[in-house]
Design a protein around this ligand. Structure first.
Ligand code: ATP
Ligand code: MG
Length: 282
């Protein structure tokens, strides 16, 4: 792996809070995240997940150890505010939109720090709001939007600077199942289309299952790591394991995802249903 393929690297990352009774919120974390990864972090309350995001996002300083983001060791960055503003997007559980600002104005906020004209700010913000499907809600205030739509505005705001890395702390924590799925769909879509790396802290296994890799934290350490096999790969395995499935696959010159996938976006597709029925008859 070349340096450029790695977006986040930590070495022995440690964060100790308090001077009396010390709390080791992070205890020697070594982590490498590849550019373009869609990653989740799980673990019990107090295990250090939010602290990890704060330190990676340069919102908190490590006690010792190193953090490299986009090739830069954070402690050597001269203008940290600027670096953060240009490189990292944040999404929090409570979207923390400004209640008196419209959707468009909220999305513009990160651009105020940059030398961008008002016209250009509005243009870019409108563009990302359209991208997240809210092109017709530009002038709505947060309380005139649904919970899911508010979180979409927060996703749009996190992306408006075209960051390389988005750090999301329980972005679906306050949402119902449908809005939660929509928000993950949206982040996943942005990850695939724009190549933005996402690190998503979540308590929801349904969210973690949608990511490429799950880190499990415990007591400030990464205690386990799971690569998520996506449903498509699972189904392909199942297909290959059966004689009929093999015949179907061998009859094809090329593996078309739509043609063979039993699942698409977690849903059984029409093709999938037919194939499954065929397989059940064997
Ligand atoms: N600013 C702070 N000052 C002192 N201790 C803190 C501070 N922030 C967090 N901690 C402590 O550090 C540990 C890790 O906290 P952190 O917020 O990272 O946990 P978490 O995994 O995000 O938990 P949750 O799932 O509840 O959000 C906890 O024991 C917490 O009490
Ligand atoms: Mg937390």
């Amino acid at each position: 792996m070349t340096g450029n393929e790695i977006i986040v690297e930590t070495r022995d990352l440690t964060k100790i809070y308090g001077d009396g009774e010390e709390i080791r919120a992070l205890d020697g974390v070594n982590l490498t995240v590849k550019r373009g990864e869609f990653l989740s972090v799980m673990g019990p309350s107090g295990s250090g997940k939010s602290t990890l995001l704060y330190v990676l996002g340069a919102l908190a300083r490590p006690t010792h150890g190193q953090v490299l983001v986009d090739g830069q060791e954070l402690t050597t960055v001269k203008d940290l505010d600027r670096f953060r503003n240009e490189t990292i997007g944040f999404i929090f559980q409570l979207h923390n939109l400004i209640p008196t600002m419209t959707a468009l104005e909220n999305v513009e906020v990160p651009l105020h720090e940059q030398k961008v004209s008002g016209k250009e700010r509005r243009r870019r913000s409108r563009e990302v709001l359209e991208l997240v499907g809210l092109g017709d809600r530009l002038t709505h205030l947060p309380n005139q939007l649904s919970g899911g739509q508010r979180q979409r505005v927060a996703v749009a705001r996190s992306l408006v600077n075209q960051p390389s890395l988005v750090l999301a702390d329980e972005p679906t924590g306050e949402l119902d199942t449908v809005s939660s799925k929509e928000t993950v769909d949206l982040m996943h879509d942005m990850n695939r289309r724009l190549g933005t790396t996402f690190i998503i802290v979540t308590h929801d296994p349904a969210v973690a299952r949608r990511t490429d890799r799950v880190l499990i934290m415990g007591d400030g350490r990464i205690v386990r790591e799971d690569i998520v096999t996506d449903p498509y790969t699972e189904d392909l395995r199942m297909l290959k394991a059966s004689p009929l499935g093999t015949a179907i696959l061998e009859g094809r010159d090329e593996l078309s995802l739509d043609g063979v996938a039993l699942f698409k976006d977690g849903q059984l597709t029409e093709t999938g249903r037919l194939l499954r029925e065929l397989l059940e008859q064997v």
